[in-house]
Design a protein around this ligand. Structure first.
Ligand code: MG
Length: 432
């Protein structure tokens, strides 16, 4: 300090408020984890209970391949960290939880944080007596249009499946065809009640990227010719081919005008998007496997993708997802949040809150939610006329019947539900 200069500024005398104390008078009393599998898929749901009798929130923390690791992260680390905090401090709780492990951004901890985060948005909505989409800015559309999955052993069978779905009012169809002799992603036996079929077959399945990239253009040539120009067709590569194969496939699919082509690359191959853009005008949707903002922010900022497809619980919940949606809006990227069977109905309700309130909503993936799930989760969003609708209840509008949930324990599985191994013809491991 220069002698004779001004005295250093003295911070004002703040109220003795410590970040994390409850000032609203409603605090987190307990954080509980509920494991259930009404459709055979391992779901993880978090229930945040408050000091206000009867007031609680629900969140999705489903990481179906490692659910018990998420349960431990919540019960052993987040629960003691969060009890006593103000339920209204959603942003502060997210930021504090994010760095409390020092090492961060992995799927286990992100899912644990998502369970708490969605539950806090649910609670805030209940206190405000408003649906969560209202807290996020209000409705920008009546309902969220969905896409559903069509598949079959041959292009003609996929066409037949598409026609059945179109009769039911679906206008966006993700189409996958089997590659004879190989285990093909997205093609499974259809069950009568359309419950998601969960394989417990962990035998090593063989795969040929070359056979697959020859097959897919045949499928879309058939479908576009048979179904006409108006129906929207989608396809998921699911990262299963070398990057240059994906680039060629995207180029070959250009004439069939897909609504989007999903996950052309593994997250580790992000560097290929610029080459892809130089060879194809097919819209690109990416990436359900992202867990770290460093993976997706550059792709958005450089306008290398057209749809952001993260799994909301895998990036940490509604709090990071609403920021991501806003970032995407300013770069012309639309949302297409991941919505398979391993998103719990609570997670679907969170997706819907963002779908309704985001002006850059693109499409919502939807897997048929069976009656058992709808009984366990009263208030699960309805899908009709090809779109998902809010039930207009406060918060996320969804509840959990814990007694019923307990009647659907995780199914027996030799490796606790892990992703089945896929190997190439020579036995080398293939990314999923
Ligand atoms: Mg996918």
């Amino acid at each position: 300090m220069i002698e004779g200069g001004p005295e250093p500024a003295i911070p004002p005398a703040w109220e003795p408020y410590r970040q994390g104390d409850s000032i609203s008078g409603v605090a987190i009393r307990d954080v509980r984890v509920i494991l259930t599998a009404p459709e055979g898929i391992r779901l993880v749901v978090v229930k945040v209970e408050t000091t206000e009798p009867g007031l609680y929130g629900l969140g999705c923390a489903t990481f179906t391949q490692r659910p018990l690791a998420v349960k431990t992260a919540i019960e052993e680390y987040l629960r003691p960290f969060l009890i006593g905090r103000d339920v209204h401090d959603i942003e502060d709780i997210w930021q504090a939880s994010f760095v409390s492990s020092y090492w961060r951004s992995g799927p286990v901890l992100n899912n644990a944080m998502s369970g708490v985060d969605m539950a806090l948005w649910d609670i805030k909505g209940k206190i405000a007596n408003l649906p969560v989409y209202q807290l996020l800015g209000g409705k920008t559309r009546e309902a969220a249009e969905v896409y559903v999955h069509a598949s079959g052993p041959e292009p003609a069978a996929v066409e037949e499946h598409c026609r059945e779905l179109m009769v039911e009012g679906f206008r966006y169809l993700r189409c996958q065809v089997a590659v004879a002799g190989y285990s093909t992603y997205g093609v499974s036996g259809r069950t009568k009640d359309r419950h998601y079929r969960v394989s417990i077959d962990t035998r090593q399945e063989r795969w040929s990227p070359e056979a697959y990239v020859r097959r897919v253009p045949e499928l879309f040539e058939h479908l576009r010719s048979a179904l006409g120009p108006e129906v929207e067709l989608l396809h998921d590569i699911h990262e299963r081919v070398p990057p240059i194969h994906a680039i060629r496939l995207a180029s070959e699919l250009d004439p069939y005008r897909l609504f989007f082509l999903e996950d052309p690359f593994a997250p580790e191959d992000n560097g290929y998007f610029r080459q892809l853009r130089q060879h194809s005008v097919t819209p690109i949707a990416m990436g359900e496997l992202y867990v770290n903002q460093a993976e997706y922010v550059p792709l958005i900022q450089q306008r290398l993708i057209d749809f952001i497809r993260v799994h909301i619980s895998d990036i940490g919940g509604i709090t990071p997802a609403r920021k991501l949606a806003a970032l995407c809006e300013w770069f012309g990227v639309r949302t297409a949040w991941h919505g398979p069977g391993d998103v719990s109905p609570v997670g679907h309700a969170a997706n819907l809150a963002l779908d309704l309130s985001s002006s850059n909503f693109g499409i919502q993936e939807y897997s048929f939610i069976g009656e058992r799930s709808r009984e366990v989760f009263p208030g699960t969003p309805e899908v009709r006329d090809g779109a998902m609708w809010s039930n207009e209840q406060s918060g996320l509008g969804i509840d959990l019947d814990e007694a019923l949930a307990a009647r659907y324990p995780y199914p027996e599985h030799p490796v606790n539900g892990a992703w089945p191994e896929v190997r190439r013809v020579d036995g080398g491991v293939q990314k999923p």
